[in-house]
Ligand binder design. Structure first.
Ligand code: GTP
Ligand code: MG
Length: 136
C-alpha cells in the first residue's frame, strides 16, 4: 500500500465542497489515515511549492493558498498516488474531464487556474516530502 498527500485547497473549503470531495475519495476505497484543517504560513507553502519558484504563477498561487484554510489529508491505498490524480483530473478545471473533481466542480475563473480545488502528490518521492511538511 501507498500514501499520498491530498489538499482540499482554499476554494474547495470556502465553497463547502470538502464533504463532496471526501465522499468521492471514500467511495473509491481509499483510507483516511489523518485529516486536519490547516492555515499554512508562507514558509510552509514555499517548501510545498519549491519546484514552482520563479514561475509566473508562483506568487498568485501562494497568495491564493494563503487566502483561507485548506484541509490536509493523509490518504492510503493501493496505487493511491496515481489513483487520486486520476480522480482529481487535469490541472486546468476548464478542460478537466467530466467525472473528475476538477471537471465536475471546477469553474473557469479566468486567469486563476490555481483555483482547482485539490492537490495530490505526483510521485512517491513527492508524497514523502509533502507529507513531512503538512503532517510534521
Ligand atoms: P497539484 O496537484 O496542485 O500539484 O496540481 P498539478 O500537479 O495538476 O499542477 P502543478 O503541480 O503543475 O501546479 C501546481 C499548482 O499550481 C496547480 O494545481 C495550480 O493550482 C497552479 N498552476 C499550475 N499551472 C498553472 C498556470 O499555468 N497558471 C496558474 N495561474 N496556476 C497554475
Ligand atoms: Mg503538482
Amino acid at each position: 500500500t501507498e500514501e499520498t498527500l491530498v489538499l482540499v485547497k482554499p476554494d474547495g473549503v470556502a465553497r463547502g465542497l470538502t464533504g463532496a470531495i471526501l465522499a468521492r475519495i471514500e467511495a473509491k476505497g481509499y483510507a483516511l489515515v489523518d485529516i486536519r484543517l490547516v492555515e499554512p504560513d508562507r514558509e510552509t507553502l514555499a517548501q510545498h511549492y519549491a519546484e514552482h519558484e520563479g514561475k509566473p504563477f508562483y506568487e498568485p498561487l501562494l497568495e491564493f493558498m494563503l487566502s483561507g484554510p485548506s484541509v490536509a489529508i493523509r490518504l492510503a491505498g493501493n496505487r493511491v498516488i496515481e489513483g487520486f490524480r486520476s480522480l482529481a483530473g487535469t490541472t486546468d478545471p476548464t478542460t478537466a474531464a467530466p467525472g473528475t473533481i476538477r471537471g465536475d466542480f471546477g469553474r473557469d475563473w479566468g486567469l486563476k487556474v490555481q483555483q482547482n480545488l485539490v492537490h495530490g502528490s505526483d510521485s512517491v518521492e513527492s508524497a514523502e516530502r509533502e507529507l513531512a511538511i503538512w503532517f510534521a
